[in-house]
Design a protein. Structure first.
Length: 293
């Protein structure tokens, strides 16, 4: 936290689970965030229950990402090409971000900052400044802005790796990606086309390509629709590990796979962003919920 920052009403520091966090109460919703990874771990707009899913097996430690909520993926997605020693999905989710500013009105906005430093430079040799803003209110809005503070161009990947809580993943549908091409990571990255809404019937790990579409997650069990609107993002990742992969992950309960689905606002693979010196790029997602009786 910036040393001279005082937290306004509605924002409280909390300890528990091994890492400090911030509890945000607004007229319309509650949220919990960690400076570790600038990680949103909970968002509950009234009168809905948990919208983001967190694993009961999540580890809360400085060298591990949290399992659930919204891990912030930057500057590479998945393993780093030619660098097997580098952390999966980049370093942003295992770095401490500095809380710079809190703005309160009807909604509360928190701004976090991460800039290149000796630790990030050892993993990725580029100078950057990243800002992550989270607005908690009737919707949850997240914006990642990345600036190239180096003397020459570089490219990066990024994702808001959002885990949604669902009643039963086998019964949900995702609309908005019909007729979109995707790479199927469970089938040797084969390119396929989505026909109709997405249903989850087995391990699902897909990168939808060239899509700016708003996605809607229809949940007949929890009787709600979650709407993900985005900008500055050209890919969307849809992920559920299903039974076998869940059982292999130490920070993921064996039976938890049916309670979550990731819909990730992303720029990955061919949608990686190239920034010239001093250029910036912003990617944002706005999540809203509607009752569906
Ligand atoms: C998804 C990837 O975004 O994240 C999957 O497409 C990956 O391939 C999943 O398994 C979880 O990754 P991690 O590093 O958090 O276990």
């Amino acid at each position: 936290m910036r040393p001279d920052l005082t937290l306004p009403a509605g924002v409280q520091l909390a300890y528990g689970g091994g890492l400090p966090s911030l509890l945000i109460h607004t007229q319309h919703s509650f949220a919990q965030l960690y400076a570790h990874g600038a990680h949103v771990s909970s968002w509950m707009p009234h009168p809905h229950e948990m919208i983001l899913w967190m694993s009961d097996q999540s580890v809360y430690a400085l060298d591990k990402p949290l399992r659930g909520g919204v891990p912030l993926i930057f500057p590479w997605f998945g393993p780093r090409a030619d660098h097997p020693e580098a952390p999966s999905h980049g370093f942003a989710r295992v770095h401490s971000w500095e809380l710079q500013e809190v703005e309160t009105a009807d909604d509360i906005t928190l701004r976090f900052r991460l800039a290149s430093n000796p630790e990030t430079s050892a993993l990725w040799p580029h100078r950057f400044e990243a800002q992550f803003s989270v607005t908690v209110g009737v919707a949850l809005t997240m914006q990642l802005q990345v600036t190239n503070t180096d003397a020459s161009a570089w490219s990066f990947e990024a994702a808001l790796h959002t885990y949604f809580a669902v009643g039963d993943v086998r019964q949900v549908q995702v609309t908005g990606l019909e007729n979109t091409r995707y790479l199927d990571k469970t089938d040797a990255m084969r390119e396929k086309t989505q026909h109709g809404p997405i249903s989850i019937t087995s391990e699902t790990d897909r990168v939808y390509l060239d899509t700016k579409a708003t996605c809607t997650l229809h949940d007949p069990v929890l009787k709600r629709r979650i709407i993900v609107e985005k900008s500055g993002s050209d890919s969307t990742v849809v992920w559920n590990p299903w039974i076998e992969k869940a059982a292999k992950m130490p920070d993921f309960g064996d039976d938890e796979w049916s309670q979550m689905l990731c819909i990730e606002t992303a720029n990955v693979g061919d949608s990686a962003i190239t920034l010239e010196a001093q250029q910036s790029h912003s990617m944002s997602a706005r999540i809203a919920v509607e009752a569906a009786l």
